[in-house]
Design a protein around this ligand. Sequence first.
Ligand code: NAD
Length: 369
Amino acid sequence: MARQIAVLAGDGIGPEVMQVTLNLLQKALGDRSSEFSFQEALVGGAAIDATGSPLPPETLKLCEQSDAILFGSVGGPRWEHLPPERQPERGALLPLRKHFQLFANLRPVTLYPELAASSPLRADLVRDGVDILVVRELTGGIYFGQPKGREGSGPDEKGYDTMVYHRHEIERICEVAFTAAAERKRLVTSIDKANVLTTMVLWREVVTEYAERFNQNQAADKRVELSHMYVDNAAMQLILKPSRFDVLLCGNMFGDILSDEASVLGGSLGMLASASLSSGRKGFGLYEPSGGTAPDIAGKGIANPIAQILSAALMLRYSFGLGEIGNRIDNAIRAAITAGARTGDIALPGEESISTLEMAAEISRRLDS
Ligand code: NAD
């Protein structure tokens, strides 16, 4: 039976980078492309214009019937006047995350040595490139813990939130991080604040126990080394020596902050993809670029398609167990960059830049080799 992918291109540069990604995906899949069906649906501002809702019921239904969602990006100045709950991002992405219980967010941050000059860090700090996977727990922790609220008045008025993690929540995010690490450089750095927070004492204990169990069941060449780091130190080390990290395993709040910090190391939002995996349906995920709709360049045909293409590669790896094809796509991107292909966002001043279509073509022809 064909496996179905819901394609939600959205607004701004979304449709531009989605189209070239779908073409490339078909090519990468080769004979296997007949096993997949791609079904497009409206989302975000485009859906508001057509139906009044940023996430129409038919779009949600299509997603429910699919095995993965390949998402573009949503929003733009045209819809900014709407009340928050009807805005494209709040009204589409948040409900999708909730509906599909997307508990694990994965953000690969790659800085190829050839692009070191587009990183905000000094060249000697990123000489070895950066290749980090931030694995962030997305549905627990202080953002959702109860009780939270505000009470009182005057000088005693207070606001409060509760940081809470259950053992099962920590274990299931460990599974994502360790499984991913086993296929990478086999190093997990677990981020916590166990010197101050009781929640994080439990976090550290559970992660340590999980690592022992995981390694007992692995062949020697898949065992993963675990280290622990306080979040404040991690914030510094990401700047001082980013090449030391492989997989960063984080709770919700620390992951929120560190994944944004790590993301700028990659040089451009146009290079950053993300995956959000479901706890409700094994293998189901939503895959999207980390950036937005880039209204400043939308319609000009110059957006960098790499983030969207990398999102598709993540989808092959995590939803369809086709890591080898995902790797071929990654390698083709790398080869195009090494050969000097640059869209405007990653070109240095004075360097020639190419269009979205040209970048996709540069990557596509390297899929063959
Ligand atoms: P943005 O990510 O759209 O743009 C920030 C900068 O990065 C811009 O200069 C843009 O040109 C550049 N950029 C982003 N992606 C690029 C790409 N692929 N190639 C080349 N350059 C790229 O962020 P913003 O300007 O703050 O937001 C614009 C709109 O996107 C807003 O409506 C916002 O709400 C929405 N947004 C949506 C998502 C999402 O759908 N997940 C995420 C963030 C922002």
